[in-house]
Design a protein around this ligand. Sequence first.
Ligand code: COI
Length: 354
Amino acid sequence: MDAYDTDPGVAAAVASFNLPEHLGFGQINAPVMFDAEWRNGEWQRGRLLPYGPIEVWPGSRALQYAELVFEGLKAYRVGRSRPNLFRAEANCRRMIRSATRLSMPAVPEALFFQGIGAVVRACSDIMPTQSGRSLYLRPFIFGSESGYMLRNSRTFRFMVIANPVEPYASGAMEVAIERADVRAAAGGLGEAKASANYAASLRASTAAVVSGRTIALWLDGAEHRYLQELSGMNIFTVLDGELHTPELDGAILPGITRDSLLTLARSLGYKAHERRIPLDEVLEGIDSGRCSELFACGTAAVVSPVALLAEGDGREYRLQKTDAVAKHLRESLLAIQERRAPDPLGWTQELTFA
Ligand code: COI
């Protein structure tokens, strides 16, 4: 991929950025963004710009028909002079699969890495350096052509924005079981990181928060019996001391953290299973003590314990332990991500800026 252009305003935008003490998740915007356009059947030269509003046609397919796929990954710089990424090529492959599912043009690996590399490079001196904090990268592709005909756009934008962040969820989560709405069904968009999936989850997520819970738990779309995922996070349970997570069924997002935890857990001596998990088995297991723990995982969330599951009528199923296996896995994963522990599988990649 050819080099990209850098807007003359970038240096001043970076120089005037101050990293606040409280970061939250997605509340603070990094001062730069990357933007490349797809037109006449090919990706054009990208640009690094100061972060700011963009011009989009009100009739663009992204706004009218949710023609948008995205990724989430993190750059870390904990006790090191150079930032590093974690399994970024897996994010790139997933973004290609998501774009293909929506028949949007894939972003080639070289452009994907050029975009995230440009943003991390510009932010390397202003990104968080404390353990647990990172620079969250949000690459996305959207259809920019205006028009209502139901076909793909013929112009697209690939952009990368970033946010210095703390973990998405802190503390043990109270999870509302969603028994009515469906987030995704096999054959739909569930396994793509498409913004439309997140739109489908918003009603239940908002209702969960309004009722004092943290997040909603999704069940399978066909029978409403099996665990699917939490909005934006995969789920694990500890049953009889062994780890279980829902098998990828075409509706569940194939999380990179989920995949990493399966490998890591096995290397730490845990038995880990991927299978269909009936919600009733978990609820009965919590009552009987068989199910000792539940936790969510994802790039944003890392590994977040669940304190209880709640039905809409107020019944609660409280876990015995909230952060035993979860804590072990979270600390082991974070140590690799932040390059504080050996990385035998070569998951991390230090960025070198030539
Ligand atoms: C991520 O973990 O990267 C996500 O996209 C989840 C989102 C709810 C922040």
